[in-house]
Design a protein around this ligand. Sequence first.
Ligand code: PRT
Ligand code: ZN
Length: 210
Amino acid sequence: MIRLAIQKSGRLSEDSLNLIRECGISFVSSTYKLKTEATNFPLEILFLRDDDIPGYVQDGVADLGIVGQNVLVEAGFPDLEVETLGFSKCRLSLAVLRNEAYSSVADLQGKNIATSYPQILGRYLAGQGVQAHLHTISGSVEIAPSIGLAEAICDIVSSGSTLLGNGLREVETVFRSEAVLIAHQALSAEKQDLLAQLRFRMQAVRRARR
Ligand code: PRT
Ligand code: ZN
């Protein structure tokens, strides 16, 4: 039996469940249950908050997980990735108020930047030789400039309409992300074999979708 952690409810949930089903794996899921067992494959599914998934897989509490690369890299475990899954594509971008003058990332020197991704952003800015004050907030990051908390933000963007709606302009792409399959690094031989079977089926699903 191999244990897979997926997001309980959020942007990754439906696509994660669909992928497992398209792999030919059947299970019953209910909104109240935090785990379920597949009926035709030795798989147990755990439903968790996405932020908890990398740590659980790193520790081996879960053998496998499905999570966004943004959350995986921010958590500090990029090496757990074994397969890109092609859904939940988005980018982590820097944005400033629409009317703010901006010509390059050097303009952020000494500025306050609100973000939920201090690790990824910190590395990016260091690579650009820019020193800024990072304010870590866990949600509603887009409101920070209009209430005077920060001159810029760094947050997840997909369509761009949230930035637009908050009077913000996207100025730099810091990181590109999609959902990935992650695996514990010391799986038993039996679990490695189950992982290989799952990856084979996931790759077939992706080829069939194209
Ligand atoms: O409750 P839990 O902690 O499990 O969920 P969550 O609220 O932390 O995450 P959730 O469900 O919002 O997102 C899960 C993952 O989906 C993220 O980690 C990304 O990998 C991916 N993803 C893809 C997105 C988006 N697109 C996205 N648009 N995550 C968040 N957003 C948000 C963004 O933060 C911003 O507020 O949507 C807004 C921007 O969207 P646009 O379309 O207006 O640009
Ligand atoms: Zn989360």
